[in-house]
Design a binder for this molecule. Structure first.
Ligand code: PAF
Length: 274
């Protein structure tokens, strides 16, 4: 595995590669969720690039940029074992210059839910993903469904900017108790972890209702709020279609149920695709 730290080196190396290239962008602190993306990308492509970059422009003031978990050595080992060909770990100065041209999230879909709670986050996220997709010139890039709105906006960016990469949505990975894996789960103590399970439980209950014929978003959300009593503050419960238009009726095959909330100061999101 080659470890590359500058954009120039990666671009040079990329020109020498023939055949399909899978790309998995990450912010490190790799867990089994990342590993499932990496494995899928490994299986579906001749070459595999993974990036680790804690992108400052997608953290808002007061968010956990400095405290964001960093586990460089363990991450490198995981990538080696997963047979990554190129691990890209750039510095901030290699990725950004002063007074940059920016791209912005779309005015409606980019500013609801996560975009409303974390205004500006998606602008920074799209900016870095555009850079990373361009530098890696990937055939396919892999993103988890857990960050459903991120995934939807990246797909829209690729479409709107006529980019040639294929975006591959990957399944949410959960631990044995049902908690969706996230780098932030390490901040939860055991009581908080127990209470955090209400998120996935509320989604399961919603799915049960839908399977027994319920279509009304109002009724489903009411029932979910009932199951979310242990969450310290529920930020939103929402049902959208695959393009993040708000739904008032479930349509099987084109609905995503999303939930966000804080448990003991840790902000968690979860969702299920119906
Ligand atoms: O999902 C993430 O880890 C990040 O938002 C991403 C896509 C790597 C961009 O920094």
């Amino acid at each position: 595995m080659k470890i590359i730290t500058t954009t120039e080196e990666l671009q040079k190396l990329r020109k020498e590669i023939d055949g399909s290239v899978g790309f998995v962008p990450t912010m490190g602190a790799l867990h089994n969720g990342h590993l499932s993306l990496i494995r899928q990308a490994r299986d579906e492509n001749e070459h595999l690039i993974v990036s680790i970059f804690v992108n400052p422009t997608q953290f808002l003031e007061g968010e956990d940029l400095d405290a964001y978990p960093r586990k460089e050595e363990a991450d490198i080992r995981i990538c080696e074992l997963a047979k990554v060909d190129i691990l890209f770990m750039p510095s901030i100065s290699s990725m950004y210059e002063k007074d940059e041209l920016c791209i912005g999230a779309p005015a409606i879909r980019g500013y609801i839910l996560e975009g409303q709670k974390r205004a500006g986050h998606f602008d920074g996220m799209l900016q870095i993903v555009m850079k990373l997709l361009n530098i890696s010139s990937a055939t396919r890039a892999y993103f988890g469904k857990k960050d459903a709105q991120q995934l939807s906006l990246i797909s829209q960016m690729v479409k709107n900017y006529f980019m040639s990469v294929s975006i591959v949505p990957c399944e949410i990975i959960r631990d044995e108790s049902g908690l969706a894996l996230s780098s932030r789960n390490i901040y939860l103590n055991s009581d908080e972890k127990g209470r955090a399970l209400s998120l996935s439980r509320s989604l399961k209950e919603a799915t049960k209702m839908i399977m027994s014929g319920e279509k009304s978003v109002v009724n489903i959300k009411e029932n979910m709020h009932f199951h979310l009593k242990d969450i310290d503050s529920v930020e939103y419960v929402c049902i959208v279609d695959r393009e993040f238009n708000i739904r008032d009726e479930i349509e099987i095959g084109d609905s995503i149920i999303l939930v966000a909330g804080k448990v003991g100061g840790v902000r968690l999101i979860d969702n299920i695709w119906i």
